[in-house]
Design a protein around this ligand. Structure first.
Ligand code: DON
Length: 331
């Protein structure tokens, strides 16, 4: 009965691993003290800064969860990966690249500084606010609702459910979006927006307010890790080339002006949001994690206490721990 013994062995390993993930979450929570919840969008300040949850999903449906993995939160900047995918699918990569570059900035995510000095009006990349606002303007449809639908459609294709907008967060952001409005007016003036400032910004603030859990992020990360192949549906849901570019953008720009250090010490494509979410894609490299085997997997994290760059402090710490335990860098 080698088969049964093997099963018992792997069940024991999974139990042990799940205990370790619990321990690491517990340890990482301490780091939440060094950050704080975003306040520039007032509704985000209401989150519990000591929440920390993680969900890891493997290609055969294996799952590991720990901490507050099931607490809903808004996607914020993580939605920029999906609006980029949706814009590229409808316009083609070359067309999108006419309006937004693919270069990291080293500046804050909402910086306005180099919009004027570098190819005036052309944002450096679709992961900073200026680039994401531009990308959202490129989505098909004439109003904010239609543009948002393009993003929700992509998410529905992955998750098999229609995600909803957190109206409180949306209104809170909409009322306090002066800096994003300034970026959008500048972009419009220079001819980079493809729809009006009002409808573009409404769609942008709504996409940032899409509500998810860490499990949703893990599944999206898993599909991206598979270059758009959905392992549960057993079919390609997005073009491979678009997914590869999206992951390159996540690696070089996804954690903003700490993307270099994130690549050095964690080394996987990831995208953060100011609500404290992080979505990461871990490609298959043949190294086994006890809980997920050797395949690729997606990771979703929620930890709303963020650092000065806009990244979850405890979340980054937890990922660093996992990356060193399981050597999951792409390098
Ligand atoms: O536009 C904003 O400022 C927010 N809705 C999103 C920014 C964000 O998530 C940056 N991420 N770390």
């Amino acid at each position: 009965n080698v088969q049964i013994e093997k099963q018992i062995d792997s069940a024991a390993m999974i139990d042990a691993a799940s205990g370790m993930v619990d321990t690491w979450v517990h340890e990482a929570k301490e780091y939440a003290r060094t950050g704080k919840c975003a306040t520039y969008i007032p509704a985000l300040a209401e989150a519990n800064p000591f929440h920390l949850g993680i969900c890891i999903v493997g290609e055969h449906g294996e799952k590991q969860m720990a901490g507050e993995w099931n607490v809903p939160f808004t996607m914020q900047s993580i939605s920029k990966t999906i609006s980029f995918v949706a814009a590229c699918m409808s316009r083609g990569i070359d067309d999108v690249m006419q309006r937004v570059d693919l270069e990291p900035t080293g500046d804050a995510f909402n910086s306005i500084m180099r919009l004027e000095s570098h190819k005036p009006g052309k944002p450096f990349n679709p992961m900073i606010n200026a680039g994401a606002i531009t990308t959202t303007s490129l989505l098909p449809g004439s109003g904010a609702d239609e543009k948002l639908a393009g993003i929700l459609d992509v998410l529905e294709e992955i998750l098999d459910k229609r995600l909803v907008i957190n109206e409180d967060v949306f209104l809170s952001e909409w009322r306090t979006a002066s800096l994003n409005r300034a970026l959008a007016y500048y972009l419009e003036e220079k001819g980079f927006l493809s729809s009006s400032v009002k409808e573009t910004l409404e769609a942008y603030c709504r996409q940032c307010s899409i509500e998810v859990t860490s499990e949703d992020l893990a599944i999206i990360g898993l599909v991206l890790a598979h270059d758009g192949f959905h392992p549960f549906k057993n079919r390609q849901v997005f073009p491979r080339d678009i997914c590869k570019i999206t992951k390159a953008l996540m690696l070089t720009c996804g954690m903003y002006n700490t993307s270099g250090k994130f690549a050095a010490f964690i080394g996987v494509p990831a995208k953060s949001g100011v609500s404290g979410g992080i979505m990461a894609c871990v490609p298959s490299r043949g190294k086994q994690t006890p809980f997920l085997g050797s395949g690729s997997y997606g990771i979703g994290i929620y930890g709303p206490s963020i650092d000065e760059y806009g990244n979850s402090v405890a979340g980054v710490h937890l990922l660093k721990r996992l990356a060193s335990e399981y050597d999951f860098t792409v390098f």
